[in-house]
Design a protein around this ligand. Structure first.
Ligand SMILES: *Cc1c(COP(=O)(O)O)cnc(C)c1O
Length: 461
């Protein structure tokens, strides 16, 4: 039989409304970059042509979601939209109780304050900036237990988000299970490059944690994207639906924090989900202090409605295939051009390996930050640093953390850009790559106390 040709991933939607963007000149960009202290987070959106800073809250909502916005029930208590959201989360994710929050970090705050005691240790599959900070603010210490392959940008392991069971066992043996309130398991691990974990790994983690009565809290920000990779790569799952795989993942965990601004296709929103009744009572009491009443938690009724609809759309097979397809399209194009990127291509973005791109810069010259600036200068494409700046300082020594991965993230918003935009991005990076030897490093001239990558300022060395 003739081998079937690979078919394209084209978008399962058509465009109904457009937003015009400003196409700036080189001189405008040079000035904007200087004004922003070489930090792309400090650029004004109006100075950006293609915005790949983040996939957080930047997705295009569907006509149905916008229709949902019009059906907001803005009652202070017991909004209709809350019950729709609760029902949707129970149906697709299976968690028993939910507490809405304005975004993911608010859910992280609540769960960290409720579960972590001073001196506790939280093992996890690579840190995430806000997650780790909330663990530390609650008196805990994060310990990375992701497999070694995740720290190697060239290793093509299909599940670089997996937890190393030996490392996890060692943390349990060293600190004792009583010091471990939960294991933090992220799906489609952001800082590793959007790398998935396999279900077989999660089953093994569940088995080990059950033995010691340790809970699993799931950072489910990109669970549908992870599920897509499981369907694509893990044996035994090709015939299962993404929705079923999402449910299987959630069912193996005890609770979750969700930044709905990613997978769930809304511009703002999040939630905490837990199965334990007592923990839920505490969480819904605490949310009143920091976010709002437990039936809205910092969200308008209309936002909860858009989120409920977004969750349903996020697990649609055609949606997720095109979403990841577009990311892989850009990644493959860059690989073809010989640009050093993290492999395999991840779920929500393409990550440039700045150490390899700019080998003449040492890590304390902030190569990823410098590269991100240079890409903006070339084309108005905005990206972000995920390297030494994001990794912050060691809590005890006050010195920079030196992560293995020094990356620039090209994050693709969902349903926003076209294939032609991806071509323009790839061409810009190729252009920058051609004159990479002339790119100079940076020095940090202002450093804020928390999550420094957001507001730090730099100057050319
Ligand atoms: C974005 C993100 C968060 C934090 O969520 P916010 O909505 O930005 O507060 C937590 N974990 C991961 C993996 C994320 O990508």
């Amino acid at each position: 039989m003739e081998k079937q040709k690979k078919r394209s991933w084209a978008e399962p939607y058509k465009i109904k409304m457009v937003e015009l963007v400003h196409m700036s000149s080189y001189e405008e960009r040079k000035l904007a970059l200087e004004t922003a202290g070489y930090n792309t987070f400090l650029l004004k959106s109006r100075d950006v042509y293609i915005d790949l800073l983040t996939d957080s809250g930047t997705s295009a909502m569907s006509d149905r979601q916008w229709a949902g916005i019009m059906m907001g029930d803005e009652a202070y208590a017991g909004s209709e939209n809350f019950y729709h959201l609760e029902e949707t989360i129970q149906k697709y994710y299976g968690y028993k109780h939910i507490v809405p929050t304005h975004q993911g970090r608010a859910a992280e705050h609540i769960i960290s304050q409720l579960m972590i005691k001073k001196g506790d240790v939280i093992p996890g599959n690579m840190y995430f900036t806000t997650t780790k900070l909330h663990q530390e603010l609650a008196g805990g210490k994060f310990v990375d237990v992701i497999i070694d392959e995740a720290h190697d940008p060239d290793n093509e392991h299909p599940f670089k988000g997996n937890i190393d069971l030996k490392k996890l066992q060692k943390v349990i043996d060293t600190y004792g299970p009583d010091k471990i309130p939960y294991v933090a398991v992220a799906t489609a691990v952001n800082m590793a490059g959007g790398q998935p974990l396999s279900l077989s790994n999660l089953y093994a983690v569940r088995e080990l944690t059950n033995k010691y009565n340790i809970k699993i809290i799931h950072d489910m920000t990109r669970v549908a994207e992870n599920a897509f990779f499981i369907k694509d790569r893990e044996s035994g799952y090709s015939d299962k639906s993404v929705a079923d795989i999402v449910r299987e993942i959630c069912d193996l965990t005890d609770g979750a924090t969700m930044s709905a601004k990613k997978d769930a296709l809304v511009n703002i929103g999040g939630f905490l989900a837990v199965n334990d009744n007592e923990l839920f009572e505490k969480a819904r009491n605490m949310v009143v202090v920091y976010e709002g009443l437990h039936t809205y938690g910092g969200l308008a009724g209309r936002d909860m409605e858009a989120l409920a609809i977004g969750i349903t759309e996020s697990v649609d097979e055609n949606h997720i295939k095109a979403r990841v397809g577009q990311v892989v399209y850009l990644g493959d194009k860059l690989i073809e051009m010989g640009i050093p990127v993290v492999k395999p291509i991840g779920s929500h973005g393409v990550f440039l390996n700045a150490k390899k791109f700019l080998p003449h810069l040492t890590q304390d010259m902030f190569p990823a930050q410098a590269l991100s600036s240079e890409i903006y200068l070339d084309s108005g494409v905005r990206t972000m640093e995920r390297g030494i700046v994001s990794a912050g300082r060691n809590n005890e020594t006050g010195k920079h953390n030196y992560p293995n991965l020094e990356l620039v993230r090209l994050t693709i918003p969902r349903r926003v850009y076209t294939q032609a935009h991806m071509d323009v991005v790839a061409e810009s990076i190729e252009q920058v790559y051609q004159h990479r030897e002339q790119i100079t490093g940076l020095q940090m001239i202002y450093e804020p106390e928390y999550l420094r990558f957001f507001q730090a300022r730099f100057a050319k060395l």
